[in-house]
Design a binder for this molecule. Structure first.
Ligand SMILES: Nc1ncnc2c1ncn2[C@@H]1O[C@H](COP(=O)(O)OP(=O)(O)OP(=O)(O)O)[C@@H](O)[C@H]1O
Ligand SMILES: [Mg+2]
Length: 359
């Protein structure tokens, strides 16, 4: 399969990680630790790119390199062509004006109003009061908080606090927005509202968004591209649709197995065996999209294998606005039936994964 993320030319890249490693030195009883190992990754300008991985995989470390909160031990991180690791203090200050960041716990100042929080980066940049007013008001409109401008963080819901965080991140008119688990503390409905806001900002302001999360629903709903990081290494990347419908790495499959529709009914999952015995049925997940989604696949499958097919689970879903379907079916595991089924799957362009065998 082609690898679209790797093929972006550096001039179309908002961020380039070039063979980046990050080692943390030993301290006290803790030994040295390699958090990132030779990571190369390109974030396309204008994309919403997701970084997913288990806890401790290196996601936050990766994102902190982008705004210079960490420096690479080796390799380079380029933001709009500028080598972040080589910047001095003044260079870092200017970089941080062009890179906004939002956080899981919002990081608002409790002593400042909504307006005061959003205005803070502009005050630090030395902007005058009138210009600050002119910048902050439309941002509060954009995030839907115009009526809360005089409220304090303690008077806001989690979703409203994150809207303040987003407005503050946008105050200096950055070209890149970094998001570290920005929806992890929010309920599902509020998460969807914040994601819709991020999509709007991406579309209307042309802002590139680099988002890290352990929530696959978030990646599915909002990202165009995704990279999977495992123990400090990028193990898979591509368009989100391609990675989610053809995960190639076991870790990616494990991460995606939490998505609704990916789970098998408990009784089937318990009876599933890796090896087939005589007379067993084979359990296969079929993923289909495009034209295949519009054909009566199951009746055609039954016809071409000339045997019964059980449907065990199924969903129709959407990734980045593109519909796809997933069906788990079982049929006779004998060589003849399996051979016919495999030919049918290949002829119809279906992606298949053998999940196991049942008696
Ligand atoms: N300052 C540091 N000193 C030593 N080790 C660190 C430091 N920062 C991070 N690490 C280690 O690097 C690894 C990656 O940490 P990181 O915070 O990037 O993970 P993560 O993928 O963001 O995890 P989570 O999903 O739990 O937030 C972890 O094992 C962590 O303990
Ligand atoms: Mg983290």
């Amino acid at each position: 399969m082609t690898n679209p993320v790797a093929e972006i030319s550096p001039k179309d890249a908002a961020v380039v990680f070039e063979s980046v490693s990050k080692r943390f030195a030993a301290s006290g009883a803790n030994g040295a630790f390699t958090a990132l190992d030779n990571v190369s990754l390109t974030v396309a300008r204008g994309s919403i790119t997701g970084i997913i991985g288990r806890s401790g995989a290196g996601k936050s470390t990766l994102i902190r390199l982008v705004n210079g909160l960490e420096k690479p031990s080796s390799g380079r991180v380029l933001v709009d062509g500028v080598d972040v690791g080589a910047l001095d203090e003044a260079g870092l200050r200017s970089l941080r004006r062009s890179v906004g960041m939002i956080f899981q716990h919002f990081n608002l100042l409790s002593s400042r109003t909504v307006f005061g929080n959003v205005a803070l980066p502009l005050e630090i940049a030395g902007m005058d009061r009138g210009a600050i007013e002119a910048r902050v008001r439309p941002l509060l409109d954009l995030v839907g908080l115009a009526d809360k401008h005089g409220r304090y963080p303690a008077e806001l819901s989690g979703g409203q606090k994150q809207r303040v965080g987003i407005a503050r991140a946008l105050a200096t008119e950055p070209k890149l927005l970094l998001s570290d688990e920005a929806t992890s503390a929010l309920d599902p409905e509020t998460t969807q509202a914040i994601l819709a806001l991020l999509r709007r900002i991406n579309a209307e302001l042309g802002l590139t968004v680099l988002l890290i999360t352990h929530e696959m629903e978030v990646v599915k709903a909002v990202t165009s591209d995704v990279a999977v990081i495992d123990r400090g290494e990028i193990i898979e990347r591509g368009h989100t649709f391609d990675v989610f419908t053809h995960p190639r790495h076991g870790t990616t499959r494990a991460l995606l197995s939490g998505l609704p529709g990916s789970k098998l009914p408990e009784a089937i999952a318990r009876g599933l065996k890796p090896e087939a015995a005589a007379g067993d049925r084979v359990v296969v997940r079929l993923t289909f999209f495009g034209a295949a989604a519009e054909r009566p696949l199951i009746s055609q499958l039954i016809k071409s294998i000339g045997a019964e097919v059980n449907i065990i689970a199924g969903t129709i879903d959407e990734i980045g606005g593109r519909p796809y379907g997933s069906l788990v079916v079982a049929y006779g595991g004998d060589a003849e039936t399996s051979g016919k089924a495999e030919r049918f799957f290949a002829e119809n362009g279906l992606v298949t994964e053998v999940l196991g065998h049942v008696a």
